[in-house]
Ligand binder design. Structure first.
Ligand code: GTP
Ligand code: MG
Length: 349
C-alpha cells in the first residue's frame, strides 16, 4: 500500500497528465468510440478536426453516420445582437429542466476566431459550461476549406452520434448563406427585435425564406408590439401552407415567454412528424447540403485548375480577343477539367 502522502502525489501527477492525454493522438476507432460514448474530450477533438477539415474527422463522421438522425436540430438565425445566443441559453435552461441532453453550435461567418473562442457566446452561455449534458461550441471561418455549411453539418452529425437529443445551431444574418449554414435544421427559428426593419423588409420582399417560428425578442422595448403586428401582417399575406409560423414576444435575458417559444418549436416538430414531413424535409435538406458542398468543391477545383493551366488561361485570352466565343471556352474548360463530353454539355431539349 502507498502511504497517503504518496497517494496524493500520484494523484497530483495524474491530474497534471490529463491535458497531455487530451492531446493524445486519437485513431479513427478510438475517436468514433469516444464520440459514441459522449466523451467530452472526444467530442471537442472531433469538432476541432471537423473545423480544420481534417481527414480523420471525415472518416469518423462516415463511421458514425448510420447512427445519426436521432437528434432534433433547431436553427436560429437573425441580425447581429438580437439575442440569439441569449435565447439559446434560456431555451437550454428550459429543456435541461426536463433532463434532455443538448448540443449548441454557434457559427459566426465574420469571425476569424474558432475553437469555442467567440467571446459573446461564452458570456451568454456561461451558465451551461459546467453542465456535462450540455456541449457548446463556437465556430469561426478559420481555415475551413469546405465552408461553414459543411463544418456545421459535420458538427451536427458528431453531436447527434454523441446522443445529444437536441442541437441548437446559431448563425448571424438573414440572407441566403445563413440558410445554407443552418438549412440542415429541422425547425428554423428567426429571431428579430424592435429595429430589425431590414429583416422584416427581406421577409416581405420574399428575399428571406419564411421561417418556421419567429421570436420578437427584447419585448420590454416600447416598439416590440409594433414589430409583432408588422411581422404578423406580412405573414398573413403568405400562401395557404398548413403551417402558419407562430410569432412569440420574448425576453431572453429574463427568460420571459421562453417556455411559450419552446412550446411553439415542439408544436412545429409535432406537425412535421404527424404530417410525415420530417423525413421529407430531412431528405431535402440533406440533398441540398450534399449538392451545396459538392458544387463548392467543384468550383474550387475548377478555379485551381484554370489558374494553374497556361492552356486554359490562353482560352480566356482568346475569348477576350474575340477569337473564341464564351460558350466554346466553357466547353473546352469543362472537357479538360471535368472530362465532361462536348456532346453532353451541348445537348439541349
Ligand atoms: N433588454 C434585453 N436585452 C437582451 C435581450 N436578449 C438579449 N439581450 C442583450 O442583447 C445583447 C446581445 O445578445 P446576444 O444573445 O449576444 O445576441 P446575438 O443575437 O447572439 O448576437 P450575435 O451572435 O453577436 O449576432 C446582449 O447584451 C444581451 O444581454 C432581451 O430580451 N432584452
Ligand atoms: Mg450570438
Amino acid at each position: 500500500m502507498l502511504a497517503p502522502q504518496k497517494l496524493s502525489s500520484v494523484h497530483w501527477r495524474d491530474t497534471r497528465v490529463i491535458p497531455v492525454a487530451g492531446r493524445r493522438d486519437w485513431t479513427r476507432e478510438t475517436l468514433a468510440a469516444g464520440v459514441r460514448g459522449g466523451d467530452r474530450r472526444a467530442l471537442a477533438r472531433a469538432i476541432t478536426l471537423v473545423e480544420n477539415g481534417d481527414a480523420l474527422a471525415y472518416e469518423v463522421v462516415a463511421d458514425l453516420y448510420p447512427e445519426t438522425g436521432r437528434a432534433y436540430a433547431v436553427g436560429l438565425t437573425g441580425p447581429p445582437g438580437v439575442g440569439k445566443s441569449s435565447l439559446i441559453s434560456s431555451l437550454v435552461r428550459h429543456v435541461r429542466a426536463d433532463g434532455r441532453s443538448v448540443g449548441v453550435v454557434s457559427v459566426d461567418p465574420s469571425s476569424p476566431f474558432s475553437h469555442g473562442a467567440l467571446l459573446g457566446d461564452r458570456i451568454r452561455l456561461v451558465d451551461h459550461f459546467l453542465d456535462p449534458e450540455v456541449f457548446i461550441r463556437s465556430m469561426g471561418t478559420r481555415g475551413h476549406l469546405g465552408g461553414l455549411a459543411e463544418a456545421t453539418l459535420q458538427a451536427l452529425l458528431v453531436l447527434d452520434a454523441a446522443g445529444k437529443e437536441l442541437v441548437y445551431l446559431e448563425t448571424v444574418g438573414t440572407g441566403q448563406s445563413e440558410v445554407e449554414i443552418i438549412g440542415i435544421a429541422d425547425t428554423v427559428l428567426l429571431v428579430l427585435m424592435p429595429g430589425s426593419g431590414d429583416s422584416v423588409q427581406a421577409l416581405k420582399a420574399g428575399i428571406m425564406e419564411i421561417p418556421d417560428v419567429i421570436a420578437v425578442n427584447k419585448m420590454d422595448h416600447p416598439a416590440a408590439k409594433t414589430m409583432l403586428s408588422e411581422v404578423r401582417s406580412i405573414l398573413s399575406l403568405g400562401g395557404d401552407a398548413d403551417w402558419k409560423p407562430p410569432i412569440v414576444l420574448t425576453d431572453a435575458v429574463r427568460g420571459e415567454n421562453v417556455p411559450e417559444l419552446w412550446a411553439k418549436i415542439e408544436e412545429h416538430r409535432a406537425y412535421l412528424v404527424d404530417s410525415g414531413q420530417l423525413e421529407e424535409r430531412r431528405r431535402r435538406n440533406l440533398a441540398r447540403e450534399v449538392f451545396a458542398v459538392a458544387s463548392g468543391r467543384a468550383k474550387e477545383h475548377l478555379e485551381r485548375a484554370v489558374s494553374g493551366d497556361p492552356e486554359l488561361l490562353r482560352l480566356l485570352d482568346e475569348v477576350q480577343r474575340r477569337e473564341l466565343d464564351p460558350l466554346s471556352a466553357v466547353r473546352e474548360i469543362l472537357e479538360k477539367v471535368f472530362h465532361i463530353e462536348h456532346e453532353d454539355s451541348a445537348r439541349t431539349s
